[in-house]
Ligand binder design. Structure first.
Ligand SMILES: *Cc1c(COP(=O)(O)O)cnc(C)c1O
Length: 360
């Protein structure tokens, strides 16, 4: 068996110990004689798996008791609609900060349900920075303020928490949730698709303060009603059972590593290896402003774009894949989520160095 270094943005790399445990438990989970995939979601075994996953996530993130944790489906994309449906609460509009491709998609979808005020944008510089809070034009009557705290495609990350006063802050954390500690109490709602930094595609996590739920638009499908989902422990209908199980194993892996403070240190060390190299070469560069660079998704470019295809080809020959940047921005992108070992980042930098030596 050989494993490659997978720099995909999502679905993405998962921790090897988690995959090994899942494979050991595949045919017979804890003496049940069935896999988790084959279990009833109403049975005591699966209810136990889901409850443990929620408890471990609560512990890792320090989620206060007045927040609900929901295990849903439909991806972060469905949340782009579910959020206005649940959180407009009779108000006319919501504030959105536009920092890139995922913010734009969230804005476009929200406009179907209410008015959107774009409170700040980094479009003027091609989404290469996070706009400073002083430039935001917030509406005190907004239902909520939506931010994508890590733009997966542009590689822009907020390393500070916006202050939105009494207006609830809503964050799409799909691509950096669990990469570092978060003060959940500063947010009204946090959501994330699992396939970036948690587990397999098909599971979406929503963490929402309980006073914000229960006032949906009348058109809201029941499965998108956070209150209805909370009251049925996210089992209003069949949940993404296998995804919840794998996510639970990832949470245990993170706890064994030492929790989020520890993984944050490891992520910083990994990102430093790559950014330090990018900053000391003329051959490659990072398009993102230094203060706002993502520790999870690292876009970079070759000054000579004609070498892009050759770069990707040779990287693949060396067992490093999915380095092509998103079509919206071009160039390269290395996603270095929690499960990427530092050896993978070092191998990438070694290759980049050699490629430069041959072609520079
Ligand atoms: C991947 C991603 C999405 C979309 O997720 P889906 O699960 O495919 O709907 C939304 N926001 C961010 C920040 C992402 O990285």
């Amino acid at each position: 068996m050989s494993r490659i270094y997978n720099f995909a943005a999502g679905p993405a790399i998962l921790p090897v110990p988690v995959l090994e445990q899942a494979s050991r438990e595949m045919l017979d989970w804890h003496g049940c004689g069935t896999s988790v995939m084959e279990m009833s979601h109403r049975g005591k075994e699966f209810i136990g798996i889901a409850a443990a996953a929620e408890a471990d996530l609560r512990e890792l993130l320090g989620i206060p008791a007045n927040y609900k944790v929901l295990f849903l489906q439909g991806g972060a994309t469905l949340q782009f609609a579910a959020i206005p449906m649940n959180l407009l609460r009779g108000k006319k509009s919501a504030d959105y900060v536009n920092t890139g491709e995922w913010s734009k998609k969230a804005i476009k979808e929200a406009k179907r349900y209410g008015a959107v005020n774009v409170a700040a944008s980094s479009e003027d510089k091609n989404f290469t920075y996070a706009p400073k809070q002083a430039t935001w034009k917030l509406d005190p009557d907004a239902a909520y303020v939506h931010v994508c705290t890590n733009e997966t495609i542009g590689g822009v990350e907020f390393n500070w928490v916006p202050d939105t006063g009494n207006v609830p802050l809503v964050a799409d954390m799909s691509s950096h949730i669990l990469s570092r500690p978060v003060d959940v109490a500063k947010y009204g709602l946090i959501y994330a698709g699992a396939q970036k930094n948690i587990g397999p595609a098909g599971l979406t996590i929503v963490i929402v303060r309980d006073d914000l739920i229960g006032q949906t638009l009348s058109v809201t499908p029941t499965v998108l009603d956070y209150k209805a989902q909370a009251e049925s422990d996210s089992m209003l209908n069949t949940p993404a059972t296998y995804g919840i199980y794998i996510a639970g194993l990832v949470f245990q892996w993170l706890k064994q590593l030492g929790g989020l403070p520890k993984i944050a240190q490891m992520n910083q060390a990994k990102a430093n290896v790559l950014y330090d190299y990018l900053d000391q070469t003329e051959f490659y560069y990072s398009p993102v402003e230094k203060d706002d660079r993502s520790l999870m998704n690292v876009p970079f470019r070759l000054r000579n774009e004609q070498l892009n295809d050759e770069f990707l080809k040779q990287a693949k020959q060396r067992g490093m894949v999915e380095l092509k940047g998103h079509r919206a921005v071009g160039g390269m992108r290395a996603s270095i989520y929690n499960a990427m070992p530092i050896e993978g980042v070092k191998a990438l930098v070694d290759f980049m160095h050699e490629f430069q030596a041959k072609n520079g």
